[in-house]
Design a protein around this ligand. Structure first.
Ligand code: SAH
Length: 258
């Protein structure tokens, strides 16, 4: 069932009680895949107490060193944010986000990523996401407690499930699965390296170039085959640049003789 394909990811949580509260919120709504990225205190008694009868969610939770590792196998990554960030990203409210996530979870793993209690997610973390979701809370105090924010999203996911998936899966008619977050992350490393070799990207003054390119590709949702083609273009470009560099660096044949 699609809810099984939904992973709740908590980044760098400070309070173990919140981790327990999240486990309970998830179990109440029938969601069980919990990933913890560098939790500050875990395992912890307070997490166990707050989880009440949802300790099985904690027992099966996986702990990761990086967000990249926690979302590596996901085809759709959704980042939560209490406020607007540096450059706009596709943004949905929890209801539409949950309908979309539930529809796609029929085919791919979906991650919903939550940030630190004090600082939320960094821009770099938010830029690893295809979509952002904001709970439209009181503008004068829009930041919810972490476990409560998870509850809102999990509730909407449950409603999408009980409604039998209101919207069609946008990936259903496609011939290839969307690239995973891991494949896209590796593509971005390769792209940045190639753009530097070409001299198009100045590593000393990168401006917002990679951010804008990330936004373009995460929005376009290339499939596995498309990312392979893009990687192939980069490899071929690098080959040409290096070949030219080698030709220019080589001594002319006559000079070598003389
Ligand atoms: N002070 C932080 C808020 C952290 S709240 C900031 O300004 O970013 C902890 C986490 O709960 C957030 O990272 C997010 O995952 C979730 N959260 C809290 N309020 C939210 C809201 N209104 N919309 C979406 N997510 C929210």
């Amino acid at each position: 069932m699609s809810l099984d394909n939904i992973r709740i990811v908590l980044v760098n949580t400070s309070h173990p009680g919140n981790i327990g509260g999240v486990a309970r919120a998830m179990k109440n709504m029938g969601i069980s895949d919990l990933a913890l990225v560098e939790p500050r205190k875990y395992p912890h008694d307070e997490a166990t107490w707050r989880a009440a009868s949802a300790t099985d969610i904690l027992d099966s939770a996986k702990v990761f060193d990086t967000l990249e590792a926690a979302i590596a196998d996901c085809g759709l990554v959704i980042g939560t944010s209490a406020r607007g960030r540096t450059i706009p990203w596709p943004l949905l409210d929890p209801r539409h986000c949950a309908q979309r996530a539930y529809a796609e979870a029929g085919q791919v793993k979906v991650a919903v990523v939550f940030g630190r209690e004090d600082r939320g997610l960094t821009n770099e973390e938010l830029q690893q996401c295809n979509l952002h979701v904001n709970i439209p809370a009181n503008e004068e105090y829009s930041s919810l407690n972490l476990a409560m924010a998870v509850q809102v999203l999990c509730y909407e996911l449950r409603m999408a499930h009980l409604d039998g998936g209101l919207i069609d899966n946008p990936l259903a008619e496609w011939d290839m699965p969307p690239a995973t977050a891991d494949a896209l992350a590796r593509y971005f490393v390769h792209l940045e390296e190639t753009l530097s070799e070409m001299g198009f990207l100045n590593p000393k003054a990168p401006k917002q170039l990679m951010t804008r390119l990330r936004r373009l590709y995460t929005r376009a949702r290339p499939d596995e085959m498309e990312v392979n083609i893009l990687r192939g273009i980069l490899t071929s470009t690098q080959y040409q640049i290096r070949q030219r560099g080698a030709d220019e660096g080589a001594e002319p044949a006559d000079a070598a003789k003389g």
